[in-house]
Design a protein around this ligand. Structure first.
Ligand SMILES: NC(=O)c1ccc[n+]([C@@H]2O[C@H](COP(=O)([O-])OP(=O)(O)OC[C@H]3O[C@@H](n4cnc5c(N)ncnc54)[C@H](OP(=O)(O)O)[C@@H]3O)[C@@H](O)[C@H]2O)c1
Length: 285
């Protein structure tokens, strides 16, 4: 059964997944409330006093935590938010999580135990990290330096994550399910660099580095000091090969195959976001 004309809260609704979830829901005729610091009313994970106004009158919510669901403090915040949402009458929560990340499971459990219907979306690394997140600058510089050795990862397209989230928010049959969302192909970072080179027409290379070299580079590139350690730990944990296998969950939910990295790369190159000149203002006449 499909649920029409719901009032749906989209946490992180201006971010990579949330923005796409919100757009899809609005197109389907749902009333969307964005939950983020810049929204009205504002929602701030660090200020629980902002949560009541965000959940008031809401039927279902998309829960994406910031900065990262596996970081210290996430579980406490997500659990408290989920309980408050369920107590306020929110009937269904769809939570974004990380795949193969035991550190994210306490936050997932907070959603599972809150009393509302729930679905957990455990996602592989997003393809959009290369165009909308921390790997954009490395792509523009032509060198992707990561402590990832020769590991392969089944990158998932955020467009697919959003489609699955919308299905779970608006149709029945997803309650109590923990989906593992991956793309259709395992790719090492050297292959990613080759795909990006082909899509952009520029040489982009992968440089395997040690965790400490990565941390030093991240700090030098301006990653906030308090995020450098957790981020480096996260990569050390996820790039050990344990996530190097595919699932069919995107296709099982959507009835079509997951999007391939090459399609993402072609589509994204056409937007111009990977043209280094776009960082330097308008081109000279
Ligand atoms: N990147 C990956 O490969 C990957 C893979 C699997 C899972 N994940 C999970 O994805 C989640 C992030 O989701 P995303 O990538 O869709 O979001 P995102 O692109 O990182 O966007 C962040 C969103 O959160 C909002 N935000 C920032 N600080 C906030 C705060 N203190 N309180 C409330 N909202 C805040 C931002 O809006 P304002 O600035 O207006 O507040 C924005 O809407 C993380 O939990 C991460 O663990 C990521």
């Amino acid at each position: 059964m499909t649920h029409d004309n719901q009032q749906i809260l989209v946490l992180g609704g201006t971010g990579k997944t949330g923005r796409r979830v919100a757009d899809r829901l609005a197109r389907l005729g749902h009333r969307v409330r964005i939950g983020s610091r810049s929204a009205t009313p504002p929602f701030d994970w660090d200020d629980p006093a902002t949560w009541a106004a965000a959940v008031e009158g809401i039927d279902a919510a998309y829960v994406s935590y910031y900065p990262d669901v596996s970081f210290p403090g996430a579980a406490e915040s997500v659990r408290a938010f989920a309980r408050q949402a369920a107590d306020a009458g929110v009937r269904r929560l769809v939570m974004l999580s990380g795949r193969g990340e035991p550190e994210a499971e306490p936050a997932e459990d907070g959603v599972r135990g809150c009393g509302a219907e729930w679905t957990v979306l455990r996602c592989a690394m997003f393809t959009q990290n290369f165009s909308e997140h921390f790997l954009l600058e490395p792509v523009l510089d032509g060198v992707i330096a990561l402590p990832a050795g020769a590991v392969t990862e089944p990158f998932v397209d955020v467009e697919d994550v959003a489609d699955v989230a919308v299905a779970a928010l608006t149709t029945d049959g997803h309650h109590g399910r923990t989906y593992e969302l991956t793309g259709p192909r395992l790719l090492g970072f050297a292959e990613i660099a080759a795909e990006l080179s082909a899509a952009t027409g520029r040489e982009i290379v992968y440089l395997p580095v040690s965790p400490s070299e990565y941390a030093a580079g991240a700090a030098a590139a301006g990653v906030p000091e308090e995020e450098v350690g957790p981020l480096t730990d996260l990569f050390t944990r996820i790039f050990d090969g344990h996530n190097a296998h595919l699932t069919g969950d995107v296709e099982a939910v959507l009835g079509r195959p997951a999007g391939d990295f090459a399609d993402y790369a072609r589509r994204t190159a056409a937007t111009g976001v990977w043209r280094p000149l776009s960082r330097q203002g308008p081109a000279p006449r």
